[in-house]
Design a protein around this ligand. Structure first.
Ligand SMILES: [Zn+2]
Length: 145
């Protein structure tokens, strides 16, 4: 079961400008609603070693109104993730699987910081066809913005 819990107000201030905006319920993939960032080239960094691993320009909301979403892992731990189209300096440390995936139709792979090994999140690869073909979910508690 996939449970999406809306982020508390103020948690993701970057998406605040979208609150209350008109929404088209026929659009399932909300890839077009990534909120404007006043400094889109600002780096997203590994919280442990400060390695830049992504850019705010790549952050997007996937199947949700916000780019930050919360999901339970199989052991019941709530994981807060930021969806982003591209990353760098990440290393895959598992094989892709769809088991317990948070995004139906996508297989996940555990990704760690290539510099220090901190678990930064997951890579998601579409199974079959879909858009985007790949994206990432970064653990909010493992990154600094
Ligand atoms: Zn690191």
């Amino acid at each position: 079961m996939i449970v999406t819990i809306p982020a508390p107000v103020g948690l993701d201030d970057k998406s605040g400008s979208r609150e209350g905006g008109a929404r088209d319920p026929s659009v399932v993939a909300r890839e077009d609603v990534a909120p404007a960032d006043p400094n889109p080239d600002r780096a997203i960094r590994c919280r442990r070693c400060d390695q830049a691993v992504g850019s705010h320009a790549q952050v997007f909301a996937f199947r949700a109104a916000r780019a930050v979403q919360v999901f339970p892992n199989p052991s019941g731990q709530m994981m807060k993730i930021l969806t982003i189209r591209a990353t760098h300096h990440l290393t895959a440390v598992s094989v892709p699987t769809t088991a317990f995936t948070w995004f139906d139709g996508y297989a996940w792979t555990v990704m760690v910081c290539a510099r220090c090994g901190l678990h930064l999140g997951w890579q998601y690869d579409v199974v079959g066809t879909g858009t985007p073909g790949r994206f990432y979910g970064l653990r909010v508690d493992s990154i600094s913005e």
